[in-house]
Write a protein that binds this ligand. Structure first.
Ligand code: 3HC
Ligand code: NAI
Length: 684
């Protein structure tokens, strides 16, 4: 059946696109829309046209799967021009999400109506692109430059109410009467006659735009857009809209769009779009796996992680009971949760009522018995196997049968923890990242006995609490921390060869990471895992013992002022030089290229080992872990995608060249070596 059908309601032609799940504007849909507009043009009994989407949404954009392939069928701008050029009025009837090409179609219509729950936006920038079907030129003409900039450059969508205020839509219609009221609206405007407004011809909102608005916008958003190509290109197109005739603006849009589309950044960002969605799928789970209901969550430990984890569920409206071993840490933890919510409210991002609503769903206890009726309990106590086992045995004894018992452990063996219970099928790892209420990643650690129902439930729950979940098998540090360890090893090794922490950190931040390994250590605290009993006299031990415990003590690898601005420390440089001397390693200047390769290629190699061992399901899952858990620059697509762009043969050649420096435990992945030899890639 055709993806686009037409039907008549008297003199109104109703054009319905039905291309599940999101009505993407693929070739067949574009052709169908073009045919429908031709029908309206040739049939004089048609006095107005309503364009709508069947199913859950209006068009959510161009079909991203077509990008990078030869184009077939009519191009989207042609279809949109045909709509705008129609002599009878065209009304876009919007529900769900009118995104990207979808909003551009709506802007090609003469009028737009939407239901209250609809959202409208141009998120192309998140794919490393700009709206390429006239959106950059029509939107500013319809809503003005200042309202258009955040929508186009930041990809911020607007709800229907705001869209009405800014003039993006003409009317809000009833949620359950979209078609009827859109048809009635179409009749109204057809009856009025006259010229129907064409966005491309409007100048009322852009005439006299103050040119300083663009630089101001650049400055205000400098941090958010740093490193990305697309936002600057987006700004340039809006500048074109404000200064050039429509046709010239469109030419500028096309030129900049093509530049982005063929670049590495957009390829990386498109890769991540699909990677994120693929990560949520577990290949060997039966499709009919029944989910377990999760109505109440228990959390063990109200420390750094426990508190943050609790907030995820409270914010999603799921009641939480939090348990501690003593009253002191319990009160402290609950206090921090409240303060976090109140701070968000102070910034205007949450109403005071919402704060109370969330806190009202939180109860606290020192008694394990209060966890009995939880559907899921997440443990976030100290990272020690004896304690984890003790706690899981206690949980097993009190929590109702069938409930999920999860651990937030960073490194420990989930199977070993599961053996402390009589229900290993209910045990799973839920590894959140710090701060747990902010970081999007959730590593779901699948134990040898974890049941399909438990896994499927946790994956679905992740979506509900707005996390991106990736499945990992059991190994020390799972996907993310296991790879991170390889980077840290090389960072430490290079300190002994002549590099300084700030050299290494700079190479990482210039690459696009939010911070380097030593800045990260200072933030986390150098004393994590430190104990007198376990001290080895390492550089880190010496720093901790001289009071340099990281940012919290005002000094770590760096010195910090009261605003937490870091400066390189002479004292640390001195310690490093004396350790380096003792190591007997030849001292030299290590150039940035070597620093980058020695930090990142061993990580890529570890990623390949992780794939080889079946710890990760697919290379793109590893990319998702690094983007959402460690701030890997989105425009580089994750370490495995990035390695593909570098060329796996180059990665292998560099690893071979540095073999002596990589340490005795370095093991080259066979998968990586084979792929390099055959000229293959990890992704596609
Ligand atoms: N093209 C192709 N497939 C798409 C798609 C698109 N534009 N948008 C979503 N899909 C697919 C997803 O890959 C997913 O497939 P899967 O089930 O096989 O994994 C399926 O549709 C459902 O998507 P989600 O899981 O994301 O569903 P949600 O309900 O969570 O979200 C959504 C729906 C908000 C529409 C979200 O899918 C989304 O943000 N989509 C992308 C929107 C976008 O970026 N549009 C701009 C495209 S570029 C463009 O229009 C260029 C133009 O200017 C020329
Ligand atoms: P934390 O020290 O801040 O908090 C642990 C809390 O557990 C403390 O409040 C302590 O009183 C409580 N606790 C200890 N034993 C208990 C018991 N038997 N019963 C109830 N409560 C008990 O530690 P943090 O950082 O929150 O770490 C917790 C877990 O999360 C660890 O397994 C850690 O590896 C993991 N993790 C930590 C991350 C981080 O960045 N801090 C990131 C991801 C995971």
């Amino acid at each position: 059946m055709s993806k686009v059908t037409t039907a008549r309601d008297g003199e109104v032609l109703i054009v319905t696109s039905d291309n599940p799940p999101v009505n993407a504007l693929g070739a067949a849909v574009r052709q169908g829309l073009a045919d429908a507009m031709a029908e309206a043009k040739t049939d004089p009994s048609i006095k107005a046209v309503v364009v709508r989407g069947a199913g859950r949404t209006f068009f959510a954009g161009a079909d991203i799967t077509e990008f990078g392939r030869p184009m077939t069928g009519p191009a989207l701008p042609e279809v949109i021009d045909a709509m705008e050029g129609s002599s009878v009025p065209v009304v876009a009837a919007i529900h769900g999400t009118a995104l990207g090409g979808g909003l551009e179609v709506a802007l090609g219509a003469h009028y737009r109506v939407a239901v209250p729950s609809a959202k409208l936006g141009l998120p192309e920038v998140e794919l490393g692109l700009l709206p390429g079907a006239g959106g950059t030129q029509r939107l500013p003409r319809v809503v003005g430059v200042e309202a258009a900039l955040p929508m186009i450059v930041m990809g911020d969508p607007v709800p229907a109410k705001r869209a009405l205020e800014m003039g993006l839509i003409d009317r809000i219609v009833s949620e359950d009467k979209l078609v009827e009221e859109a048809v009635a609206f179409a009749r109204e405007v057809a009856a009025k006659g006259g010229n129907h407004p064409k966005a491309s011809e409007r100048t009322d909102k852009i005439g006299g735009t103050d040119q300083s608005v663009f630089n101001q916008f650049r400055q205000t958003n400098a941090r958010r857009i740093r490193g990305f190509d697309a936002p600057e290109a987006c700004i340039k197109t809006v500048e074109a809209a404000a200064t050039l005739p429509f046709a010239e603006g469109i030419a500028r849009e096309r030129e900049l769009f093509m530049g982005l589309m063929t670049g590495d950044q957009s390829r990386a960002q498109r890769h991540l779009f699909f990677a994120e969605r693929a990560a949520n799928k577990i290949d060997d789970l039966p499709a009919d796996t029944q989910l377990l209901p999760i109505k109440k969550v228990g959390i063990l430990g109200a420390g750094t992680m426990g508190g943050g984890i609790a907030m995820n569920f409270l914010s999603a409206g799921i009641p939480v009971v939090i348990l501690e071993r003593e009253q002191g840490p319990l009160d402290k933890g609950v206090g921090i949760i409240r303060r976090n919510y109140e701070n968000t409210a102070k910034k205007g991002r949450l109403t005071p009522e919402k704060v109370e609503q969330a806190m009202g769903m939180l109860s606290h206890t020192l008694d394990y018995g209060d966890l009995a009726d939880c559907d899921l309990v997440i443990e976030a106590v100290f990272e020690l196997m004896e304690i984890k086992k003790e706690v899981f045995a206690k949980l097993d004894a009190v929590v109702k049968p069938g409930a999920i018992l999860a651990s937030n452990t960073s490194y420990l063996d989930i199977d070993d923890i599961a053996r402390a219970t009589a229900r290993p099928e209910s045990v799973v790892g839920m590894h959140f990242f710090s701060p747990a209420n902010v970081m999007k990643l959730l590593e779901v650690v699948r134990g040898a006995r974890t049941s399909p129902a438990v896994l499927a439930t946790v994956m679905a729950l992740a979506k509900k609490i707005n996390k991106v979940a990736v499945v990992s098998g059991v190994c020390h540090g799972f996907i993310g921390n296991r790879m991170l360890a390889k980077r840290q090893e090389q960072a430490n090794a290079m300190l002994m060869e002549g590099a300084m922490p700030w050299d290494i950190d700079r190479v990482m931040t210039e690459f696009g990471m939010p911070m380097g390994p030593f800045q990260m250590a200072d933030l986390a605290g150098l004393d994590i895992g430190y104990s007198e009993a376990k001290r080895t006299g390492s550089l880190r031990d010496v720093l901790v013992e001289s009071g340099r415990r990281g940012q919290k003590t005002g000094k770590g690898f760096y010195d910090y002022d009261e605003k937490r601005t870091a400066t390189p420390s002479d004292e640390v440089a001195g310690h490093i030089r004396s350790f380096a001397e003792k190591s007997g390693k030849p001292q030299r200047t290590i150039d940035d290229k070597e620093i980058l390769e020695r930090l990142l290629y061993p990580m890529v190699n570890e990623g390949a080992l992780i794939l080889e061992e079946g710890i990760a399901q697919r290379a793109s899952d590893i990319d998702v872990v690094w983007v959402y858990g460690y701030g890997w620059p989105v425009y580089r697509g994750g370490p495995m995608f990035w390695a593909d762009t570098v060329g796996l043969e180059n990665v292998v050649a560099s690893l071979a060249a540095h073999r002596e420096l990589l340490g005795p435990n370095f093991k080259l992945s066979k998968l990586l070596a084979d792929k390099a030899e055959k000229g293959q890639r990890f992704n596609g």
